[in-house]
Write a protein that binds this ligand. Structure first.
Ligand SMILES: *[C@@H]1O[C@H](CO)[C@@H](O)[C@H](O)[C@H]1NC(C)=O
Ligand SMILES: *[C@@H]1O[C@H](CO)[C@@H](O)[C@H](O)[C@H]1NC(C)=O
Ligand SMILES: *[C@@H]1O[C@H](CO)[C@@H](O)[C@H](O)[C@H]1NC(C)=O
Ligand SMILES: *[C@@H]1O[C@H](CO)[C@@H](O)[C@H](O)[C@H]1NC(C)=O
Ligand SMILES: *[C@@H]1O[C@H](CO)[C@@H](O)[C@H](O)[C@H]1NC(C)=O
Ligand SMILES: *[C@@H]1O[C@H](CO)[C@@H](O)[C@H](O)[C@H]1NC(C)=O
Length: 608
């Protein structure tokens, strides 16, 4: 019997299996309610240590137990056509390979690093099961940055729009049930708005979550409406109107204190043929920044802090220059509010220093082209999505190519260019940081990241709650926001750029720097990078599991906190590591940085 795997029925069956498995797991989630397990630290401390997590005490705040931790997971890329035993050449979609001498180029049960194939469903399922069993009771919220569908890399199986929606729905439902807590179970009868869920989840749109991939037009569109439906358990209902403009929104993860913004980066992305820049008023990227501005101003007023999150990171050549500089200028002028940026898409574990001086120079060069200020900082940057050009040793489509070259240019064009400390501003506030996390898809080994942040200041806030409640309700804000956005649609196309509402005014003098720069509540303290060693798991040497890859405070990073200045100091060392005069530790620092970038696959030694 042959099975047509593009048949809707097949997809439906795969979906059903996943849903049934998720259903079975409900027992695990709901079965054991033993009261305040959250406070029983002794019970957890072994697993905490095993995964490199710190044992900072949890606290109770506004009827919620806060652990001071959140999860970042990205790029699941589950592939319903994945077939164990088929060849990498067939994108792991083909017939099972019988010839023994070719079997080390065939699809393993949990996927293979550097094979170029997408994720088997089982990798996604096992990953989320593992997360549920091991992390659910240790985290406060989940940042989930997109690409929940296989790549469009197989001519024999072109992607259909319906399949893309269906798989997104399957993954969204699975994520939803993975992070349901006992508390949600108790509340279930009364749930009227799913944004009241215990562990908030902030999804964002990946370039492969849309049809055709990379292409996304300004809202309102049917596609955006579909995503609102798919994400109904995550997107607050009162943001429906704004969401309709472009699939961006934010979630208050700690009421009145901390929010996470979901950025639709496809409007900034150079590979989206439907958008051009972020300077023209008709562009959805321009509108996105207007929205950002109103939201940031409100956050400042409420003394709230935020994380920016999205799929495609703000890396030169990913974003149009006009979009990149706006992104950087906003983060710079709201450095009292913004904690940092969390992204996926590139699969490579690394981080990007964003230089506000470059951004202002770039803007000035645009406004006064005759004085054209040299902005060579990001020149000579290699193209990011280098396709397979290696005709000598045959590699498979989708295998990363030229990524060591990419990392070398991050080192030379970004890290080595970081200004001396006397020129980086106080607490390095000239810069902000975008973090690019590694993926679940086994481009390298699968990885997930647990961030730890400072929650100490929240302990004795009982009195201040009344003050919070005096803030006008968000519903009023959203109504005003909608009016504001509609008004802006009519502004004169040729007004002087500095009055441009898609650009911020300067941060008011004497505004204290926020948690990104000065240690305080919500400052990131450390993160723990977990990975699945696929060769050990597929060979049966190890059960399916994520294990500790590294933490930011262990050797050789030894970072005491994750403030911008800590990253900038690390960047200076990495940038100096090519210099023979520099301490020899810098070279080994770069070596660890590279092996972490490629998640312990030794990709950097393969020469591809
Ligand atoms: C098995 O694969 C090897 C290497 O590709 C090839 O040389 C050999 O002819 C194949 N054997 C059969 C029986 O096809
Ligand atoms: C595949 O396995 C054979 C023998 O098991 C080995 O000689 C060969 O080097 C392997 N090829 C690759 C690319 O790993
Ligand atoms: C809340 O979640 C449930 C279960 O997934 C769903 O049926 C319902 O439509 C959601 N409610 C809202 C208001 O989005
Ligand atoms: C920064 O300090 C270095 C020495 O540490 C000095 O050589 C350089 O001139 C200083 N730069 C500025 C702009 O003051
Ligand atoms: C956390 O923030 C508080 C201020 O709110 C500060 O006193 C404390 O040192 C910070 N903790 C750490 C571990 O940095
Ligand atoms: C992954 O597993 C393989 C096979 O067991 C082992 O040789 C390798 O050292 C492991 N890698 C890491 C980084 O632990």
């Amino acid at each position: 019997m042959t099975v047509n795997m593009s048949h809707p029925l097949f997809i439906a069956i795969v979906s059903l299996v996943i849903l049934l498995t998720a259903y079975e797991n409900r027992e695990f989630i709901f079965g054991s309610s033993e009261g305040n397990v959250e406070f029983d630290c002794s019970k957890n401390s072994d697993t905490l240590r095993q995964f490199g997590l710190s044992d900072q005490p949890s606290i109770k705040f506004q009827d919620k137990i806060l652990h001071g931790r959140f999860l970042h997971i990205t790029d699941l890329h589950p592939d319903g056509f994945y077939k164990v035993g088929s060849s990498y050449d067939s994108k792991c979609h083909g017939k099972v390979v019988k010839n023994k001498s070719q079997q080390n180029h065939t699809a393993s049960r949990y996927g293979d690093a550097l094979s170029g194939c997408d994720s088997p469903i089982e990798l996604m399922q096992s990953t989320l099961d593992w997360v549920k069993d091991n992390l659910l009771d240790k985290i406060d919220f989940v940042v989930w940055t997109g690409d929940n569908v296989r790549h469009d890399n197989d001519r024999d199986h072109p992607r259909l729009e319906s399949q893309i929606f269906e798989m997104n729905q399957v993954v969204a439902d699975l994520i939803h049930s993975t992070f349901l807590t006992d508390k949600d179970k108790e509340d279930q009868e009364n749930v009227i708005d799913n944004s009241s869920r215990d562990i908030k989840i902030i999804p964002s749109l990946g370039n492969n979550d849309v049809y055709p991939h990379n292409m996304f037009s300004p809202g309102p569109t049917l596609q955006i409406r579909e995503f609102y439906k798919i994400w109904r358990n995550f997107v607050p209902e009162e943001q429906l109107h704004v969401f309709g403009r472009g699939a961006y929104f934010f979630v208050e993860v700690i009421k009145g204190k901390l929010a996470v913004l979901s950025f639709n980066t496809l409007y900034l992305y150079t590979a989206n043929p439907l958008v051009d820049n972020c300077d023209s008023r008709k562009q959805p990227g321009y509108q996105l920044f207007r929205w950002l501005g109103v939201v940031l101003e409100e956050m400042r007023k409420r003394n709230m802090k935020i994380w920016l999150t999205g799929h495609v990171p703000p890396v030169p050549k990913n974003y149009d220059e006009s979009c990149l500089r706006k992104y950087i200028i906003w983060t710079h002028e709201y450095r009292d509010v913004i904690i940092g940026g969390l992204y996926g898409h590139m699969n490579i574990d690394h981080w990007i220093p964003l230089d506000s001086e470059w951004a202002y120079d770039s803007l000035a060069a645009e406004v006064f082209p005759s004085e054209s200020i040299p902005s060579d900082l990001y020149n000579g940057f290699p193209d990011l999505d280098v396709k397979d050009v290696d005709g000598v040793s045959h590699r498979y489509d989708g295998v990363p190519v030229g990524k060591v070259r990419y990392m070398n240019s991050v080192r030379e064009d970004l890290y080595a260019q970081i200004a001396e400390s006397n020129d980086s501003g106080i607490f390095s506030d000239r810069y902000s940081i975008a973090h690019v996390s590694t993926s679940v898809i086994p481009t390298y080994n699968p990885g997930i990241r647990v961030w730890e942040y400072n929650i100490t200041g929240l302990v004795d806030e009982g009195e201040k709650r009344a003050e919070n409640q005096r803030q006008p309700p968000w519903s009023t804000f959203f109504e005003d926001l909608e009016v504001e956005m509609a008004k802006g649609d009519e502004i004169d196309e040729f007004a002087f750029p500095m009055t441009d509402p898609s650009l911020p005014v300067k941060m008011p003098l004497n505004t204290p720097l926020g948690p990104a720069y000065v240690s305080q509540t919500f400052s990131p303290l450390r993160y723990v990078q977990l990975f699945a060693n696929l060769s050990a798991i597929n060979s049966g040497e190890s059960a399916f599991q994520y294990e500790l890859e590294y933490t930011t405070d262990d050797s050789p990073y030894e970072m005491n906190s994750l403030l911008v200045d800590d990253w900038i100091k690390l960047g200076r060392k990495l940038g100096a590591s090519t210099d023979d005069q520099c301490p020899s530790q810098y070279k080994s620092l770069w070596k660890s940085f590279l092996s972490r970038a490629f998640v312990q696959t030794d990709y950097e030694d393969t020469g591809i």
